[in-house]
Design a protein around this ligand. Structure first.
Ligand code: NAG
Ligand code: NAG
Ligand code: NAG
Length: 264
């Protein structure tokens, strides 16, 4: 079986669709190549926007994926490619620039990069309005009725924040969320799923168990999946030369797509 057919089978798509993807790599999830989306500014927010092809768009005309990045933001190639992958899975996908042109450096360990200052400058009071503006672009300008949030590391917390009552999104997925607060979990009003790394200093096993317990108390459908051999960041920045990490990254992606296909 060709790999495109296998991915199509996993996603329940007709094989013909999978083989007509608008990128060189005809699988749904791309790890390399040139991003196919484009950057636009709406409501004073720069957004990376990736469109599904016409046929898939017709199948999900009023839904969108709101892609909330890690601290590396839109400049990181893997973020654009993963947003494109959600578009290939059928969803109009929009990733706002959460850092207003000022993302973390490519390598957070670069001497002089002050992570605590960066996070202090990008708290909810700064980031919530950017996401709210993006949601209003989707709903008011594009007529989108149902929004799934997918968030990675930094963005994972916000995927949860925006399925709280009245925040504007309906379903959430987060891979290795960082700084996710107990109150933010208890406040969710929609289905939420998590992809967790085996090695994650920001979500070690004890914290993972707490999060599972809080999800139970939130009384919404939830799923927590743990991927072996993975590190914090794997949903975006796995070493895909390592077959186990590659499985983890692709698994996290398909977990999100299945979650959205079913619950959105
Ligand atoms: C637009 O966003 C920038 C940050 O990127 C901000 O400094 C500016 O005040 C915003 N302008 C308006 C009109 O909201
Ligand atoms: C990093 O930023 C924090 C908060 O702004 C500040 O207190 C601290 O001194 C900074 N550290 C360095 C090494 O510059
Ligand atoms: C990525 O994985 C491959 C295969 O396991 C390994 O040879 C390589 O050293 C890894 N690269 C990094 C940067 O860890």
């Amino acid at each position: 079986m060709r790999s495109a057919a296998i991915f199509a089978a996993v996603l329940g798509l007709p094989t013909a669709l999978a083989s007509s993807c608008p990128v060189e790599d005809s699988t749904i999830v791309a790890h390399a190549g040139t991003p196919v989306g484009k950057e636009e500014v709406h409501n004073n927010v720069t957004m990376y926007i990736s469109q599904p092809d016409e046929e898939r768009r017709r199948a999900k005309p009023d839904t969108a994926v709101l892609y909330l990045t890690d601290v590396f933001g839109l400049p990181l190639l893997e973020n654009r490619l993963l947003a494109d992958s959600f578009a290939r899975a059928g969803y109009l996908t929009v990733a706002p620039d959460l850092f207003s042109g000022d993302p973390a450096l490519g390598d957070i360990n670069v001497p002089g990069f002050n992570t605590s200052a960066f996070l202090a400058n990008h708290g909810p009071e700064v980031t919530d309005p950017i996401i709210a503006s993006t949601i209003s672009y989707l709903r008011d300008d594009l007529g989108i009725k149902k929004i799934a949030t997918t968030g990675y590391c930094y963005g994972g917390r916000y995927a949860f924040r925006f399925i709280a009552d009245g925040k504007g999104a309906d379903v959430a997925y987060a891979a290795h969320p960082s700084l996710l607060g107990n109150d933010e979990i208890l406040a969710i009003e929609g289905p939420a799923a998590i992809g967790a790394a085996e090695n994650d200093g920001m979500m070690p096993p004890a914290r993972r168990a707490e999060i599972e317990s809080l999800l139970g108390q939130a009384k919404q459908p939830f799923q927590v999946s743990l991927y072996s051999g993975t590190n914090h960041g794997f949903g975006v920045r796995a070493n895909i030369s390592d077959p186990v990490q590659r499985f983890g990254k692709e698994g996290a992606f398909y977990q999100a797509v299945r979650w959205f296909d079913y619950f959105l």
